[in-house]
Every structure is written in structure tokens, then in C-alpha cells.
Design a protein around this ligand. Structure first.
Ligand code: AMP
Length: 249
């Protein structure tokens, strides 16, 4: 069984994001970048399936600038066998990423394509769903648990107020939720070994995909800061403030 995983290079989740002075976007120059956390979970799930003898090959795919190769090297160090880099220096919208990933899926014919449920930079949560639609494959989104048996992926999904279990005939698309697993770190020897693993590169035009955007970002703003609170003496004062200052009761 072959698994493709999608890994996006994003601002490290531990970094405080700064807005560019012209409000055109967030500052990424000299900012620490990392693999999108939900993609680490996708990678971990694929590696566990390989360790269990269910999967035989893991291919990590990333679309983005030259430095996205670092993200692919991390995936190779954690356990992916090969990388595919679609080199694009422009910002890619989810539909365009879905088209690029779909073109790679057609070349690679995997049994599963695992993505994160959302990229923490654009928070779109669209790519996996659109990829499944473009390929005409079933999808199990927001996966909490995955089990593979006889050509069927059984995916338990996190939904509002509970869990839902769906059976997908493979090939299928899965997107990962937070509680699916706890990703491991790459060991030093595996980081060294990963340097020798192959990464194939494509340009979007090699895959017949036009990366011209359909959206323009008008403005990015910081959330308004919270005002300092006050400590009230007693319940009567609280009620008075809620009634006359906050005007919520
Ligand atoms: P989004 O729809 O942008 O929230 O992204 C959902 C998931 O799609 C991410 O967690 C990744 O697995 C995948 N993805 C999005 N953008 C890229 C990209 N440029 N390269 C590789 N995978 C991506």
C-alpha cells in the first residue's frame, strides 16, 4: 500500500506572528518556519501504518518555495521514503494546491492521500476536501482514528458533539485532526540518512496547473487588544457595572 502525505511549510506555531507594516500580509522574512502541525500528524499516521506492515511506501509532497525542501527533508527524516516538491514562489490558494496534489496523485496512484485538516497559516480547511472531489475519491475528514483492512479505510471523525465512523473504499483522502496521534521527533541518525533520500521536483506548468490567484488580500490586521479588567468589591458592584457600564443585563 502506497501513502502520499501533503506537508506545508508554515510559520513555526511557537513564533509570535507579526503583521507587515503595509498590512499586506504577515512577516515571513527571518521568521522560523516549520511543518504545519496537522501535517506532522498525517506523517506520523503514515509512518505508523508502515511500521505495522500495512503500508509499504510513503511519499511526502509539498508545494511552495525553494525552502519547502527543508520541510520535505524533515518528513524524510521522520520516515517518508521519497519527496515530491512542486516549486512555486507565489502564494498558493487551496484550490490550486488541490489541483497540484491531484496531478501528483494521478502520477503516483497511491491507496491513501493523507493531509492535515487545516494549514495554520491560512486556516482554510479546504484542500483535502477539494482534492477528494477532483480525484473523485471518498474522503474521511477530521480523522480521530484510522484503521485499514481489505481495501477499506475506516475513519472515526471528530464532529460537533461526538464521533462519526465512516468506511471509505480506497483509494481515499483522509485529513487529520489533533487527537489522531502524537507525532514523533526525527532522530539524529535519521536526519543524516534523510539527506540521501530522493526529492523529485516539478514546476506547476509541468503538471498543467495555472497558479494565478483568484483572490486578492486587501488588508491584514492585528486583533484588537483586550482592555485590562477591574476587580469589583462585591456582587452588587458587579451587577451595577454589568447593567450601567457594559449594558449587558
Ligand atoms: P488548508 O486547506 O490550506 O487549510 O490546508 C489543509 C491541508 O492541505 C494542509 O494541512 C496540508 O496537508 C495540505 N496543504 C495545503 N497547502 C499545501 C502546500 N502548499 N503544500 C503541501 N500541502 C499543502
Amino acid at each position: 500500500m502506497k501513502i502520499l502525505i501533503a506537508v506545508k511549510r508554515v510559520i513555526d506555531p511557537n513564533v509570535k506572528v507579526r503583521i507587515k507594516s503595509d498590512q499586506s500580509g504577515v512577516e515571513t522574512t527571518n521568521v522560523k518556519m516549520a511543518m504545519n502541525p496537522f501535517d506532522e500528524i498525517a506523517l506520523e499516521e503514515a509512518v505508523r501504518l508502515k511500521e505495522a506492515g500495512t503500508a509499504t511506501e510513503i511519499v511526502a509532497v509539498s508545494a511552495g518555495p525553494q525552502q519547502a525542501q527543508e520541510t520535505l527533508r524533515t518528513a524524510l527524516a521522520v520516515g517518508a521514503d521519497r519527496g515530491v516538491h512542486i516549486v512555486a514562489e507565489v502564494e498558493l490558494e487551496p484550490l490550486i494546491v488541490a489541483k497540484l496534489l491531484s496531478a501528483i496523485a494521478e502520477r503516483e496512484s497511491p491507496d491513501l492521500f493523507i493531509l492535515g485538516k487545516q494549514a495554520i497559516d491560512d486556516d482554510s480547511s479546504q484542500t483535502g476536501q477539494m482534492l477528494a472531489a477532483l480525484l473523485g475519491w471518498p474522503q474521511g475528514t477530521f480523522a480521530y482514528k484510522v484503521a485499514i483492512e481489505n481495501g477499506t479505510a475506516t475513519v472515526t471523525r471528530e464532529i460537533d458533539g461526538g464521533l462519526e465512523t465512516v468506511a471509505l473504499k480506497m483509494p481515499a483522502v483522509i485529513t487529520t485532526d489533533l487527537r489522531l496521534n502524537e507525532p514523533r521527533y526525527a532522530s539524529l541518525p535519521n536526519i543524516m540518512k534523510a539527506k540521501k533520500k530522493p526529492i523529485e521536483t516539478f514546476k506547476p506548468e509541468d503538471l498543467g496547473v495555472d497558479v494565478a490567484p483568484h483572490l486578492a488580500t486587501l488588508k491584514v490586521e492585528e486583533p484588537t487588544g483586550r482592555k485590562a479588567g477591574v476587580i469589583v468589591e462585591n456582587a452588587a458592584e458587579l451587577v451595577e457595572k454589568l447593567r450601567n457600564e457594559a449594558k449587558v443585563i
